[in-house]
Design a protein around this ligand. Structure first.
Ligand code: FPP
Length: 245
């Protein structure tokens, strides 16, 4: 059996899974076939993350812009895939000790999908291995706006001292207050953008872009992205020492 991924020093990997549509179109297939193939990559990346003991894996499965602007038939197909994934992968989550969490405006998704997500979150809530966080109907600016609103309400109610407030006080009011900052952000399919994903949490992330489309992003490509991360020196604004060079 191949050695697990080297996740030493990594707490949180986030992935913008791009290129399902292009992968399908390049093969003369309908775009939704690309999303179906993308689910196989999701399964492999989640399982490998769990095997390696990665604490957090966040996947950008659907942006608010995707949800509002894609053709209805594509969204319907994505919702069906997501629901099937939630149901079919429950044994995988349980066997691999994976806990499902979500960020985004999940409750605005179709009720049957919301119900399946909530059931899977509930079922896996005792699992202590990798947290799989799916960003669904998610936008980073909206997450920050909602955090700012909670911040203002708490300040007005006297629960927060504005003068003494810290960055952590805002971070605690984000969509998931248990989410660690992102160490490594991977984007597939050649685009080099953040696309409104985890804007606060990626502040000091190392960014790795690959031309591979998501349906072809599997263990070897994941390993390569992680190896690129290990080759980087994270400075966090400080000057690096001779030994770190
Ligand atoms: C981007 O490809 C991908 C998405 C909008 C959806 C990602 C969804 C999956 C991988 C499958 C379902 C997810 C789960 C968690 C089961 P794109 O369609 O924007 O590709 P393109 O840029 O080539 O058009």
């Amino acid at each position: 059996m191949k050695a697990p991924l080297d996740v030493n020093g990594l707490r949180h990997v986030a992935v913008i899974m791009d290129g399902n549509g292009r992968w399908a179109e390049a093969r003369g297939l309908v775009r939704t076939r690309g999303h179906r193939a993308g689910v196989d990559s999701v399964r492999e990346i989640v399982t490998e993350s769990a095997r390696a003991g990665l604490p957090w894996l966040s996947l950008f499965a659907l942006s608010t812009e995707n949800y509002q602007r894609r053709p209805r038939h594509e969204i319907r197909s994505l919702m069906a895939l997501l629901r099937r994934f939630m149901i079919r992968e429950r044994p995988t989550f349980m066997e691999n000790d994976v806990r499902l969490r979500t960020v985004g405006l999940v409750d605005e998704l179709p009720p049957r999908v919301v119900e399946t997500i909530r059931e899977t979150e509930e079922l896996t809530k005792g699992n202590g291995g990798t947290v799989l966080c799916l960003a669904l109907n998610y936008g980073g600016r909206r997450e920050l706006l909602d955090a700012a609103k909670r911040f203002a309400v708490d300040a007005a109610a006297g629960r927060l001292d504005l003068e003494a407030a810290t960055e952590d006080d805002l971070a605690r009011r984000l969509g998931d207050d248990t989410m660690p900052e992102v160490d490594l952000l991977i984007r597939t399919a050649g685009e080099m953008r953040i696309s409104n994903f985890l804007l606060w949490q990626v502040s000091y992330a190392e960014l790795v872009f690959t031309s591979t489309c998501w349906p072809e992003f599997r263990f070897p490509q994941f390993e390569e992205a992680v190896a690129t991360y290990h080759g980087r020196i994270r400075r966090f604004g400080r000057v690096i020492t001779e030994e770190e060079r």
